[in-house]
Ligand binder design. Structure first.
Ligand SMILES: [Zn+2]
Length: 313
């Protein structure tokens, strides 16, 4: 395939999967961004996120709350001076970030898009101030009225950034801004670890953006690039060293022994169990001591997250 952003020929770096469907993650050698090709159908993707992606668990709720505090810390200074009458959060999860925005801008009308029913029910129950809860972006009226759109750790779940920007073009007012946080395709650890990177998540992440995407790409879709910066993710989201090792072990065992062999399946189950254990420890803030030391030692200089601000032309 050719890169959506700079049109250079890309090469496959690993296989991605959506249920029983397979595709490949392609990396552009010029702008370093990655996108899956061939495309999964829209209905396959929608079905997956509606039915399988989220199931409410206490540790997920706790993790979402900590992540939201980090997003807010990153964007609050950029958002505080904005006049915000209407804002939209896409992929709001349990709504913790939206809650923080409403505390800073109590008069702002906040709408959210969230495919998971569990999450929407949680927001209905706990966040009555949210103006509207939408299943998809298509359900949001095209009124060119949003002053700000927030989209955190969501665009990696889409397949093409261009069509996403096209659907926002008719919903954001001229001069309105989109704030995006997403895994950084150009990060050193991703380039070094490949599929073993903590954020690869080859069954749910279908594109990774980079700082090298040319301004002309954004302009073609109606937006000016205001800022592109690589930054350090929240410790809670840090692509875990141990998780990366466990995923590597799983990957290599499967490759060496064939996926169906008894030992490969046993190793795979064991790795999954350990990863779940790690995730649960992290989310209840009882991050394993060794992980915490590791993450804070390597936090500086780690630029695994990308922060983008776009402005509607
Ligand atoms: Zn490119």
């Amino acid at each position: 395939m050719n890169c959506e952003f700079c049109n250079s020929p890309s090469t496959q770096i690993y296989e991605v999967q959506l249920g029983s469907h397979r595709s490949g993650m392609q990396r552009c050698p010029v702008c370093l961004s990655c996108q899956s090709d061939p495309l999964f159908s829209e209905s396959q993707v929608e079905d997956f996120y509606r039915t399988q992606y989220f199931s409410r668990q206490d540790w997920q709720v706790a993790k979402a709350k900590l992540a939201a505090a980090d997003y807010f810390k990153k964007i609050s200074r950029k958002v505080a001076p904005l006049k915000m009458n209407r804002a939209l959060e896409i992929g709001s999860g349990y709504g913790f970030f939206t809650k923080l925005v409403l505390e800073q801008h109590p008069d702002c009308q906040m709408d959210v898009v969230e495919p998971s029913e569990d999450c929407r029910n949680f927001m209905k129950e706990h966040l009555p101030k949210i103006h509207s809860l939408n299943l998809t972006l298509d359900a949001v009226p095209e009124q060119s009225s949003y002053d700000a759109v927030f989209c955190f750790h969501t665009v990696e779940h889409f397949q093409r950034l261009g069509s996403f920007l096209e659907s926002l073009k008719t919903r954001v007012r001229t001069g309105g801004r989109i704030f995006i946080l997403t895994p950084n395709a150009a990060s050193r650890s991703f380039r070094r670890l490949g599929i073993r990177w903590g954020w690869t998540c080859s069954q749910e992440h279908f594109q990774f953006l980079s700082i090298g995407i040319p301004d002309s790409f954004y302009r073609r879709h109606g937006f000016n690039l205001v800022m592109a910066k690589d930054t350090c993710p929240a410790t809670i989201q840090f692509p875990s060293y141990w998780m990366a090792k466990l995923q590597g072990l799983k990957f290599h065992t499967r490759r060496l022994l064939s996926e169906s062999s008894l030992i490969a399946r046993m190793v795979s189950h064991l790795c999954d169990a350990c990863v779940n254990q790690l995730l649960q420890n992290k989310s209840s803030s009882k991050l394993l001591v060794i992980e915490k030391v590791w993450a804070s030692t390597f936090r500086f200089g780690q630029k695994d997250e990308l922060f983008l601000i776009l402005e509607k032309m």
